[in-house]
Design a protein around this ligand. Structure first.
Ligand code: WQD
Length: 339
């Protein structure tokens, strides 16, 4: 059993990863600033696992708060760092908040790892580091192109910061570049609950169907794709969570081949926005109210993963389909809206 810090551990992917860490027999310690999460996620984790992990509210972009936390938690075996702002569209309008939050928190955590000789760092990265890839599917060797959004740039720069820290201070890290995590835990005890108007597609779809939103706006249908709408690789959040457990255990057991590894986490299949809507309508029996509007700044046309490396080296592959994810997302939405 290992003691793993999960930053952003009450968030969407973080909470699902805490569940899988506990299921694998590890102890999770959660820090979160509750800027995009609620305490409901902690009770959801307890309902699923029967365990209530330690939670400490920390503003990770406040250096003093980070130092205080680590001064009483120097016995960590590994760190999974999710805490970040993550909306591509929003980052275009709030770049400075994204750089302050996403990079400030990363630097402060790495400084504590250096000072306390901690090791085994898993970084929540993103397919947005590839920008609009020239070739699809996207492999880990696809060039990291200039990001099309400040969010994507925080992930690119974040990966560079970790590389330099490893070279200077020598620890082991894995950067997991996920595509589009969606869905919810099948128990409907935890799921995606963005505060305010959802910036991502799937929660906007389920909130529209639940009557919380009037209508879904589809951001453009004049792209070079099979139906004109953007194509993404939508991966069930539980599959993403399980990959994080495998990755941190890889480092704990020193199975990593180099001290800094990168893996794409995707299904390997692209789906367009209209195909996501069709999947939702198929599994829910609901007819979704949507309209086509102008493109959204920062969007790439298409992105989906080549999963060969993660399948082979992590012995991990996705088990759930787009329909599974939309089924679980809808069950979660109905639960939190008492429908
Ligand atoms: C998906 C598609 C929109 C909302 C996400 C995460 C980011 C990263 C990559 C992990 C796009 C369209 C959306 C809406 C729409 N993941 N859309 N109407 O931009 O691919 O980025 O995955 O790090 O963190 O944000 O996801 O869900 O915002 O958009 O038409 O109301 O849905 O144009 O084509 P995106 P998204």
């Amino acid at each position: 059993m290992a003691k793993i810090l999960v930053t952003g551990g009450l968030g969407f992917i973080g909470s699902h990863t805490v569940v899988e860490l506990i299921n694998a027999g590890h102890e999770a310690v959660i820090v979160d600033d509750l800027s995009n999460a609620t305490m409901q996620a902690l009770s959801g984790i307890e309902k699923i696992t029967g365990k209530c992990p330690e939670f400490v509210r920390v503003d990770l972009k406040n250096k003093k708060e980070v130092q205080n936390f680590f001064s009483s938690h120097s016995d960590l075996d590994g760190i999974i760092h999710f805490a970040a702002f993550k909306a591509v569209g929003e980052s275009v309008y709030k770049p400075l908040e994204y750089y302050e939050n996403n990079l400030g928190s990363l630097v402060y955590i790495l400084q504590e790892m250096r000072d306390l000789s901690l090791d085994n760092f898993i970084f929540s990265s993103s397919c947005t580091v590839y920008g609009q890839a020239d070739e699809l599917p996207i492999t880990e060797n696809s060039p990291v192109k200039s990001a099309l959004s400040p969010y994507g740039n925080t992930k690119q720069v974040g990966e560079e910061i970790i590389k330099d820290a490893i070279e200077a201070h020598g620890f082991n890290a894995i950067s997991l570049r996920y595509f589009n995590p969606i869905g919810a835990h099948p128990s409907a005890e935890i799921g995606e609950s963005p505060l305010g108007v959802p910036l991502n597609l799937v929660p906007f779809v389920t909130q529209t169907a639940a009557g919380v939103r009037q209508q879904l706006s589809v951001f453009g249908n004049d792209y070079e794709t099979r139906d004109g709408t953007n194509e993404r690789d939508y991966i069930h959040v539980v599959d993403v969570a399980k990959a994080h457990v495998i990755a941190v255990e890889r480092l704990l057991k020193r199975k990593n081949l180099t001290n800094y590894e990168f893996f794409n986490l995707g299904t390997g299949t692209g789906s367009t926005v209209l195909e996501v809507i069709q999947s939702f309508e198929r599994v829910s029996g609901e007819s979704l109210n949507y309209k086509i509007v102008e493109r959204r700044r920062g969007d790439v046309t298409a992105a989906f993963a080549d999963t060969t490396k993660a399948n082979a080296e992590l012995a991990w592959k996705t088990e759930k389909t787009l329909d599974d994810a939309m089924t679980d997302a809808w069950r979660w939405e109905k639960k939190i809206r008492n429908i």
